[in-house]
Ligand binder design. Structure first.
Ligand code: 4FV
Length: 243
């Protein structure tokens, strides 16, 4: 997968693209991410990218010409999915991440200031995407959320495929609790079943705990599931909550 990012702060991405699971995926060529400076697409000596909003209202707005030039320049070879990170967008969720991971080329537009001239959206944006109902000072962090979550869907990026398979939300449930050494922490022991070696019992216990955690922390996920068309055997079937 190819991902291009347009921003006025390209330096924000360097460490993010070098470290951890994502860094290894990029180094292994499983995804190729290129970050572009919007100012390289300005044609004035001051490389300016913002101006005052018509109609007043304070703050500055990003002007259209640099964005139109940048997006068109980066859309010549292949037709990327052109995504503006913005609070007006559809909320990013696991389902949309999986869909985006099936694309061959993403072009992520990171706004700053009060936003971008609407005519950029009219002319060269396929989709607006939001990471949440709050206002950031820039789209860069939202773009990183997209890159990180989509990269985990690319085979080989996350070492153990089953650890992605078991990710929260994968089957609409939150994750089950995890434990590692030491076996006792401040008097709190690891649940016996996990030391039993009985894989079927461990699996059943994990399913029960995942359901319990979802009911307690995100009951909305269960209503979503209940309304979703029944596909195959529901993992909740016969799983009475452990008191
Ligand atoms: C945002 C969000 C977000 C709005 C104005 C950047 C800022 C500034 N992006 N999900 N929430 N963007 O707040 O994606 O230009």
């Amino acid at each position: 997968m190819r991902i291009d990012v347009i921003t006025i702060f390209p330096e924000m991405f360097a460490p993010f693209l070098e470290l951890g699971v994502l860094g290894r995926g990029v180094a292994a060529g499983l995804l190729d991410v290129t970050v572009h400076d919007l100012r390289d697409y300005t044609d004035d000596p001051h490389r300016s990218v913002d101006d005052e909003p018509y109609g007043g209202g304070g703050g500055m707005l990003m002007t259209a010409p640099p964005w139109l030039a940048a997006v068109r320049a980066l859309s010549r070879e292949s037709k990327p999915r052109r995504i503006l990170l913005s609070p007006q967008g559809r909320r990013l969720d696991g389902e949309r991440v999986a869909e985006l991971a099936a694309e061959s080329h993403l072009l992520l537009l990171c706004g700053r200031y009060e936003g971008i001239d609407e005519r950029v959206i009219d002319r060269v944006v396929d989709e607006e995407l939001s990471i949440g109902d709050y206002v950031l000072s820039g789209g860069e962090i939202a773009a990183m959320v997209v890159i990180e979550s989509v990269s985990r869907e690319i085979p080989g990026v996350v070492g153990l495929p089953q650890s992605v398979e078991r990710d929260s939300f994968r089957d609409g449930l939150l994750d089950f609790p995890h434990y590692t050494r030491p076996s006792v922490v401040e008097g709190l022991a690891v649940p016996e079943v996990l030391l039993s070696g009985h894989h079927a019992e461990i699996e059943a216990w994990r399913q029960r705990k995942a359901l319990e955690a979802t009911r307690r922390k995100r009951p909305d996920l269960l209503t979503e599931r209940r309304d979703a068309p029944a596909v195959g055997k529901s993992p909740c079937a016969g799983l009475e909550e452990e008191k």
